[in-house]
Design a protein around this ligand. Sequence first.
Ligand code: HEC
Ligand code: HEC
Length: 333
Amino acid sequence: MQEVKADDNVPPQTDLPFPFNIRSSMALWNVLFADDQTFIPAKDKSAQINRGDYLVNALAHCDTCHTPRNALMGQNNDRALSGGSLGSWYAPNITSDKQAGIGNWSDAQLAQYLKTGHVAGKAQAAGPMAEAVEHSLQYLSDDDINAMVAYLRQIPAVSQPGAPRDMQGKPATSDASLRAVKSPDAGWQVYSSTCANCHQADGAGNAFYPALFHNTATGAPQADNLIATIVYGVHRTVEGRAVAMPGFGPEAFYTDRLTDQLIADVSNYVLKNFGNAELNVTAQQVKTVREGGERPLIARLAQPAVYGSAAAIVLIVLGVVVSRLRRGKKHGA
Ligand code: HEC
Ligand code: HEC
């Protein structure tokens, strides 16, 4: 009461488009999708698994990012933790499926990932997952981490088509052979000049920088995390040590910024040589990631332009109906 200085700053008025400006519409959404039940431990599960359940689904909000959402942005809990888009980034399938999820990670690898955001030969945490590790998970006790691992191990596996994302690609034998793969290739030029000094020409990285093959960011069924990494970089401070890759997107601080087309080129180079060779990244896709990803349907519907065109269509249809009716009358007369 005494310490905080009075401030007459007026915060801006909330300005949400219809139908989000109707507060009571949230009540309907809550009835449909919100799970406001108090946590009840499952009797047939161990104390450790129940503790993990509470941490994963209540306190740590893993499901908020990793569970897919329906058209109204409700969580699709029938496919819990099977992967969800976060706009620019994609939170992968972390169910126990061996091929689409993390069923082939050992308990120790999973615990290490949650504590540090890095497991060599598997994955590293960038974007929103880096935030989760940096600001929260690194501070958890081993008991809490192990409880989450135990819980994740026994949730229903959700399978999806595609090869395991942490097993794709292999080192290239030499820079020259890399060139031969796709030459002349703008992607190779960007890779050699911009990425290879850290990730090495053969993509195998070194003690500080990760390999780009056997890496979930390059082997995934969607290229979102690869593109977002190149655009925004990687920033994560764990146990006082900063892990950093510069971002190369047009907004990046870095002076040698890459255009959307060059980011698409180097993404394709990395995918073809070290990752999921079936994917093909376009400049348009890079632009979408840079602008925050695909807008959810519900947000697109709430745009004035959509209302305008919906109203125009209704008017045109009414006009046609009315003129038909009139003509009908004339003929009848
Ligand atoms: C704010 C959103 C968010 C939250 C909360 C979150 N994650 Fe993630 N998670 C992500 C994203 C995005 C990635 C991909 C990161 C990357 O590849 O750089 C990821 C990656 C992972 C991976 C690695 C999967 C792979 O194939 O690379 C695991 C395991 C994981 N998360 C587990 C968890 C667990 C367990 C929790 C809760 C304790 C959690 N995450 C909370 C967004 C989130
Ligand atoms: C200055 C060194 C450096 C440069 C240059 C660099 N990287 Fe990285 N890269 C890193 C570091 C550090 C990480 C994160 C390692 C970790 O999280 O443990 C990383 C991580 C990655 C990842 C995994 C991200 C994830 O979400 O899991 C990919 C993919 C990647 N880099 C691709 C590239 C590409 C493509 C280029 C060139 C356009 C590039 N890097 C340039 C240092 C660099």
